[in-house]
Write a protein that binds this ligand. Structure first.
Ligand code: SF4
Ligand code: FES
Length: 363
């Protein structure tokens, strides 16, 4: 990257960034709500991005030299800024509408099994659909199903939840010497699979769990043992013997018990540094770790729930909780947006549906 700087304006906020920066990364430098969501781009993975279209933005001015707007919405993770470029994200009706459509597409075949999914509470798709999706679906057809596949002792694959972001494939490609899984077939037949059902047993392969934005790849050693919002995340480290791993992790604890070990994630939900399988799957005792203290948790995350004491009306903050006010699914509210106390669930006939819920609300 050269030393040349370009001026770019995102949602009326101007910033100078090095030439070659993508619109998404320029928006991340500004931070906050002007940053488009990203379900497939991952800054630590080369060539990632360009698959999911959640990061679409409107380029209302191409550059100072050529001020014509770009005719179509652009994937901000794959479009580099030009000097004088003007971009609209949350200030564009077109973008908000398109994003709604993208969420609807991502959810076409995605099962509504959040209540039993291990990713609940830390699922990017759950947050994305709560913020940008519709209340109900227009899809009337049977969702796609798959033969269950065992991909090894540590990782569980739920193909129905996969959104084909390719992150796990890039992780295996770029972090391990031999990739045994990939995307087979094309179009709506595409699926993540291991060729000849080989298990994924490389010492860094556990990182596919952390990069997966949904519950398609989960940790077999943690599955169904606890809900993530009942555990308390603590930053910890150990002297790891693996030269590629620095042993800096996040422990998900309840009391003295370590339920899960993951890499630490930054404010964009990306891992700070990848960790080895030994740290992740085999060190589940407090004595294995030097505990540094509570992890910083985003205020909007349901995981922050365990960080409060006191009454609902006057909670007392006990740990480091940062960020915006609650707005995502299962955020802490005085009155939950999801379970409306004015709706008597026992009066709904058969399985509850969003339309029943709306009509009851009116009455
Ligand atoms: S399994 Fe997860 S990480 Fe891999 S492509 Fe599917 S959604 Fe992405
Ligand atoms: S994050 Fe840009 S296309 Fe997926």
């Amino acid at each position: 990257m050269s030393d040349q700087k370009f001026k770019v304006t995102v949602d009326n906020i101007t910033i100078e960034v090095p030439a070659g920066t993508t619109i998404l990364n320029a928006a991340r430098m500004i931070g906050g709500d002007v940053t488009p969501p990203a379900m497939c781009y991952y800054s630590k993975l080369k060539d990632s991005g360009g698959k999911c279209r959640t990061c679409l933005v409107e380029v209302s001015k191409g550059s100072e030299k050529d001020p014509r707007p770009m005719p179509k919405l652009m994937a901000s993770c794959r479009t580099t800024v030009m000097d004088g470029m003007e971009v609209k994200n949350i200030t564009s009706e077109k973008v908000l509408d398109a994003r709604k459509g993208v969420v609807e597409f991502l959810l076409l075949n995605h099962p509504l099994d959040c209540p039993v999914c291990d990713q609940a509470g830390e699922c990017d798709l759950q947050n994305l659909s709560y913020e940008h999706g519709s209340e109900s679906t227009r899809y009337e057809f049977k969702r796609r199903t798959f033969e269950k596949e065992d991909i090894g002792p540590y990782i569980s694959l739920h193909m129905t939840r996969c959104i084909m972001c390719f992150r796990c494939v890039y992780t295996a490609d770029q972090l391990t010497e031999r990739r045994e899984h990939g995307i087979l077939e094309r179009g709506d037949h595409a699926q993540i699979s291991t060729m000849l059902n080989k298990s994924l047993d490389h010492d860094f392969i556990g990182n596919v769990i952390d990069v997966c934005p949904v519950g398609a790849l989960t940790d077999k050693t943690f599955r169904f043992k606890n809900r993530v919002w009942f555990t308390k995340p603590m930053d910890a480290h150990r002297d790891c013997g693996n030269p590629k791993c620095n042993g800096k992790v996040r422990l998900w604890m309840r009391g003295e018990e370590v339920f899960r070990v993951t890499a630490r994630k930054d404010q964009w939900g990306e891992v700070e540094e990848f960790i080895c399988n030994e740290c992740r799957f085999e060190k589940k005792e407090t004595k294995d770790w030097v505990i540094e203290g509570p992890s910083v948790i985003n205020r909007s995350s349901v995981i922050a729930q365990g960080h409060y004491v006191g009454t609902k009306a006057s909670p007392v903050l006990i740990d480091k909780v940062v960020g915006q006010q609650p707005k995502y699914l299962m955020n802490i509210h005085d009155v939950s947006d999801v379970n409306r106390p004015d709706v008597d669930l026992s009066k709904i006939e058969g399985p509850a549906h969003s339309d029943d819920f709306k009509s009851l609300n009116k009455g």
